[in-house]
Design a protein around this ligand. Structure first.
Ligand code: FES
Ligand code: FE2
Length: 441
């Protein structure tokens, strides 16, 4: 349980808030590069600020205030130019530093005044990594944009899924250090949804452990049917600091839009079967993942959709003055404590956790990977197809509902098999006979 004051410290992200200041020290993924194949601008709300992300006609990206500094028109309807973005109202143009570079009437009628020099709008650096566009909103110089190892893995098909969630970012991130929810939300409840009452229960969690490392935390689990030699215990899974979950073949960022909204950014790779190598992906597709069904209810069929409804179900901002933490929440307590300590460090002028400043260090940075045994790396099509719990990863997209037909087609081509709809994980065997390593998330 937290005091109201502490709950606000963790959850408020607007300009000038302590957590807002801390999160602004980290690069945040905000869009897919491939979204700009067909558009030049995208309105973006990030940590309580309304911005526009654009690609200019030279192929460079910029992120500037959404409202034109002239008379506040909406620059997401602006026109891309070779060196920046032009407002569609009176034609003022801005470069990626926010500098006004053209005022068509003023430049024509009163060129000697050079009035544009005195107009500059808010602008933030944009980075490109893993087919994603990233924003940095903190003080300069910016740290390195992390080059996590999976971004350069060969022979993979990657995709990016964006979803808008109506809740605060921190309750989403707490999920990254919450191992027991897999057993209940994804295994047992998922099975109940498909099979109704009477379904057998999945292997129980018996023991948990949590460690901190340079780039975040790992949680470790023993479930019925595995022992302490299993990678889920010897390596664990990563709650990547400050707002991401890393599971070996995918990242899930919880990007704060404002205090009550979060952008979920999923980056997922799938290894092509060994007999399909070498494979080089030309462009990483980006798609918008729906969260509601046609009746307005939450989609419950896919793994992350289940997570989404849990997070939003905690309320727009979870009221942590009303919670009752249990023994399974030890990791959550550790992460909260770390955030409070980092807020103190920042206030004292110290560098916060996990930033990479040395470009030589920022090359294919490795993170702990516990689930090599559940990805398809190094396996042939024939081997994968023999194992139902692996086959499902090759023949469908289990993480989020709504994969567009075009992405399905691209993935089918890469994998060499027909992709179908995900209709649920193959049955988990009753307790103690299953390899819980095959759990999806
Ligand atoms: S409002 Fe943008 S140019 Fe006038
Ligand atoms: Fe989950």
């Amino acid at each position: 349980m937290l005091t109201q004051e502490k709950n606000e410290l963790l959850t408020r992200v607007g300009p000038g808030t302590p957590m807002g200041n801390l999160l602004r020290r980290y690069w945040m993924p905000i869009a897919g590069v491939s979204e700009f194949d067909k558009r030049a601008t995208k309105p973006v709300r990030l940590m309580g600020e309304d911005l526009v992300l654009y690609k200019d006609l030279s192929g460079n990206f910029g992120l500037i205030d959404r409202h034109c500094p002239h008379r506040r028109a909406d620059l997401s309807y602006g026109m891309a130019e070779p060196g920046g973005l032009r407002c569609n109202y009176h034609g003022w143009a801005f470069d990626a530093s926010g500098q006004c570079i053209e005022q068509p009437f003023e430049d024509t009628a009163f060129p000697e005044r050079n009035a544009k020099c005195r107009v500059k709008t808010k602008a933030y650096p944009v980075g490109v990594r893993g087919g994603m566009l990233w924003a940095y909103m903190g003080p300069l110089p910016a740290p390195c944009l992390p080059d996590w190892e999976p971004f350069s893995r060969p022979n993979v098909f990657s995709q990016i899924v964006l979803s808008d969630l109506p809740c605060n970012w921190f309750q989403c991130q707490e999920n990254s250090i919450d191992p027991v929810h897999f057993e209940w939300m994804h295994d047992n409840w998922g099975k109940r949804l498909r099979e109704g009452f009477g379904a057998t229960y999945a292997p129980k969690h018996l023991k948990l452990d949590f460690d901190e490392f340079e780039f975040g935390f790992v949680y470790k689990r023993i479930r019925e049917g595995i022992d302490e030699t299993h990678p889920f215990w010897t390596i664990g899974r990563v709650a990547l600091w400050p707002n991401c979950f890393f599971l070996g073949d995918h990242f899930e960022w919880r990007v704060p839009v404002d205090d009550e909204n979060t952008l979920s950014v999923l980056w997922k790779l799938t290894h092509v079967p060994a007999d399909r190598e070498p494979y080089v992906q030309e462009s990483i597709p980006t798609w918008q993942g729906p969260v509601f069904d046609e009746h307005g209810g939450w989609i419950t069929s896919h793994v992350m959709n289940q997570d989404f409804l849990a997070w939003a179900g905690q309320g727009r901002i979870a009221d942590r003055t009303q919670e009752h933490l249990g023994a399974s929440d030890r990791g959550i307590v550790m992460v909260r404590r770390r955030f409070f300590e980092e807020l103190d460090k920042l206030a004292a002028g110290e560098e916060p956790k996990g930033l990479i400043r040395d470009p030589a260090r920022n090359v294919s940075v490795k993170l702990p990977v516990a689930n090599n045994d559940t990805t398809l790396r190094g396996m042939t099509t024939e081997q994968i197809m023999k194992e139902p719990r692996r086959r499902v990863h090759l023949t469908s997209f289990i993480l989020q509902a709504g994969q567009p037909e075009e992405v399905k087609r691209q993935m089918s081509q890469a994998m060499g098999v027909d992709m179908g709809e995900f209709t649920g994980l193959p049955p988990i065997m009753p307790r103690a006979t299953v390899d819980p390593g095959s759990s999806p998330g």
